[in-house]
Write a protein that binds this ligand. Structure first.
Ligand code: FES
Length: 290
């Protein structure tokens, strides 16, 4: 079990949680994730590590409340413990000096791209951060991203902040203004990463995407997270989560991501009615390290 140190709702339905997890904080690298089980009846849900402090012994995640397990997590607060926190999992993102790197983040990706931006910057790249959201109220973490970015472009679907459009529109705009982009990395919802991959393919720019597939064990044993990349079956948890966006079979990614939506909606409504659900425990906290 692992203890929550800080918890806040950073945007409607989007939460930031800081865990006491000294062993994970010492090992984690940009692009890796943890699996959290909120209580003994909860699912195993993967979350990208959005920040860490190895001296303080903490890690930070951001998540969208979309189902029962994330609802349970959203109801917890400082001092509460999750049943399991395991990681770091997945391959770290390949960080090297590419030249100009564009990092696109949407939804939880606004948190997840922060360590990538920091690492690409430290590697000597020019870092351009592009954020995407439906409207200005769903954007968060902008100040921290601004601190590490050479340039930041904000996009919103309704035009309430920054450019009206999407992250892939910003990439096209950068090319049109004459920016030579050497590398793109998108983290966010499936649609955002898919459109980013299509646009960069047209523009002949390499792109890496961090696939947030459904997972169970997170260690390559169950096959739940399988994706097709370049015609081959890959497991997002151990072969990824980073993949070449131009080679991903997006139709399969989208279909698998929505496979349990009816059941999840039903379970969410059922649990929402159980106001007395206080199953998370006060605990002797211990993290599990891979
Ligand atoms: Fe089980 Fe990846 S989550 S193989």
């Amino acid at each position: 079990m692992s203890k929550i140190i800080e918890k806040e709702e950073v945007a409607p339905n989007i939460h930031r949680v800081v865990f006491d997890a000294p062993k994970i904080a010492r090992k984690v690298k940009p692009g890796q994730f943890v699996i959290v089980i909120p209580d003994e009846f909860g699912e195993r849900t993967p979350f990208t590590v959005a920040d860490w402090d190895s001296e303080r012994g903490t890690i930070t995640i951001f998540f969208l409340e979309v189902g029962v397990s994330t609802m349970k997590l959203a109801k917890m607060g400082p001092g509460d413990c999750v049943h399991t926190l395991v990681g770091p999992l997945g391959k770290p993102t390949k960080i090297e000096k590419f030249g100009t790197v564009v990092l696109g983040g949407g939804c939880y990706g606004l948190g997840a791209i922060y360590p990538l931006a920091r690492a690409f910057k430290e590697a000597g790249n020019k870092v351009i951060v592009v954020t995407e959201g439906r409207t200005r109220y769903v954007l968060f973490n902008l100040k921290r991203l601004q601190e590490v970015a050479d340039e930041m472009i904000i996009t919103t679907s309704d035009g309430s902040l920054g450019i009206k459009g999407h992250a892939h529109d910003a990439v096209r705009m950068l090319v049109e203004r004459g920016e030579k982009i050497d590398h793109v990395h998108f983290v966010g919802c499936t649609y955002m990463m898919m459109t980013g991959s299509k646009t960069t393919k047209e523009l002949n720019i390499p792109i890496v995407v961090s696939l947030a597939a459904l997972m169970v064990d997170g260690t390559g044993m169950c096959g739940c997270c399988r994706v097709i990349v370049g015609g081959e079956t890959k497991f997002a948890c151990v072969d990824g989560p980073d993949f070449d966006g131009h080679l991903v079979d997006w139709e399969i990614v989208a279909a698998r991501a929505g496979a349990y939506v009816p059941e999840e909606n039903l379970a969410y409504q059922f649990y929402k009615m159980r106001e007395d659900d206080t199953s998370h425990a006060k605990c002797e906290c211990q993290e599990e390290v891979q």
